[in-house]
Design a protein around this ligand. Structure first.
Ligand code: F0G
Length: 380
């Protein structure tokens, strides 16, 4: 069977647009190429004429968008001869770092806030064999420690301050433009450390620069091989919208938040590392930042699961929750095409999911046909 068209990860897919060459030893788990799902029931629920798509990044190999950045960061670390990587994390980065380090046969050191990362993420870091340092402190403190130690010890930092991370993550924007045949009008993301919103903007800018607004014949981005080469280019770059959790919203406060809190532990960050870049993204794209309460985040998570059958983790739901609010208010006008990034899989954080499903339709019954029948009749 010919494997010529087999998908082998985003570096191979986009190698002409990434800092690799033919000798680069690629460390991949087949990340990227995630589904862009068009929502059916939520637009109807909102009563608005909008096209909403979710980019389901929870279907990456370790269950979050971090794999896009980690394949690049670990590939480059190995290429440069590094034997160990280190990161601070609210959970997903540590899972991805641990997995890609395992794949590469190097050591991952991860610093996580004790008791504040979701159970699935902790299980992943443990299973993949990372050295886990739980600190009595938060992500921002962990980040400072990582930067200090990486300056002195022979370990490569793989947080998004590592520029290769953003290079990998920009490919999500490429995939979206290729699938829609154009950029969306609005792209909504949850914002924590602000690396991902920055990476998406890099991707959209590169794509639009490569194609140009008046390109009609060949797509210079892909050398004329993509299925949209030659097609019209409309809406080159989206308005970028970033949503934070109310208790961890430095962009809304205009200053670092000292003790960030939120049920969306992935974005429990008070001092984003890509602060300046994210402000630039907002300005250049004509976008905005906003915040959601924990209740609104959880309600959006539940609604997406119930109405569309898509289970994302709480932080991810900030994008759809925020977008729904802005669509309702008209800030995102009718007729728009909106993409919301669902950054992580709902299975990462089963505790939070179960805790908010106390009204779940679950009954305990005898193992008898009559009991089953009775349950069906009661719940029809
Ligand atoms: N959503 C999820 C599920 C995340 O894990 C993160 C970040 C974000 C959104 C925010 O993305 O930081 O690029 O603005 N998680 C990091 C971690 C901080 O350590 O896993 P960002």
């Amino acid at each position: 069977m010919p494997f010529r068209d087999r998908y082998t990860g985003l570096i191979n897919r986009y190698r002409d647009h990434l800092p690799v060459n033919d000798d680069t030893p690629i460390i991949s788990l087949g990340e990227g190429n995630t589904p862009l799902i068009r929502l059916k029931n939520i637009p109807r629920h909102l009563g608005k004429d909008v096209d909403i798509y979710v980019k389901y990044e929870g279907l990456n190999p370790t269950g979050s968008f971090k794999d896009r950045g980690m394949t690049m960061a670990v590939t480059k670390a190995v290429e440069e001869g590094s034997n160990a990587i280190i990161c601070a994390s609210t959970g997903n980065t540590s899972a991805a770092a641990a997995a890609y380090a395992a794949r590469a046969g190097i050591t991952a050191f991860v610093i996580i806030p004790e008791g504040k990362i979701a159970m699935g993420k902790l299980a992943q870091a443990m299973m993949y064999g990372a050295v886990i340092m739980q600190i009595r402190g938060n992500f921002d403190e962990g980040m400072e420690l990582v930067k200090q130690v990486a300056a002195e010890a022979p370990v490569t930092i793989v947080n998004s301050v590592n520029p290769y991370r953003l290079q990998g993550q920009k490919t999500a924007a490429f995939e979206i433009v290729e699938e829609l045949g154009r950029a969306p009008d609005y792209h909504c993301l949850p914002v924590g450390n602000a690396g991902n919103i920055t990476a998406h903007w890099i991707g959209y800018c590169e794509y639009s620069a490569a194609r140009g607004s008046d390109v009609t014949q060949s797509c210079t981005f892909c050398g004329g091989n993509c299925r949209y080469a030659g097609g019209p280019v409309v809406g080159n770059r989206p308005v970028m919208v970033g949503y934070q959790a109310e208790g961890s919203a430095p962009f809304m406060r205009g200053a670092a938040v000292k003790n960030p809190e939120t049920v969306a532990t992935a974005i429990r960050i008070g001092n984003p590392q890509s602060w300046e870049q994210a402000l630039k993204v907002k300005e250049e794209s004509g976008g905005w930042f906003d915040e959601l309460s924990d209740d609104d985040i959880l309600a959006a998570q539940k609604l997406l699961a119930e109405k569309e059958g898509i289970f994302c983790e709480p932080a991810s739901a900030a994008s759809i929750g925020g977008a729904m609010r802005d669509i309702r208010s008209g800030r995102i006008p009718e007729g728009s095409t909106v993409v919301c990034t669902l950054t992580g899989n709902g299975l990462k954080d089963p505790d939070t999911a179960i805790a908010q499903c106390r009204d779940a339709r679950m009954v305990t019954i005898d193992a008898q046909l009559t009991s089953v029948k009775e349950a069906i009749l009661t719940h029809m």
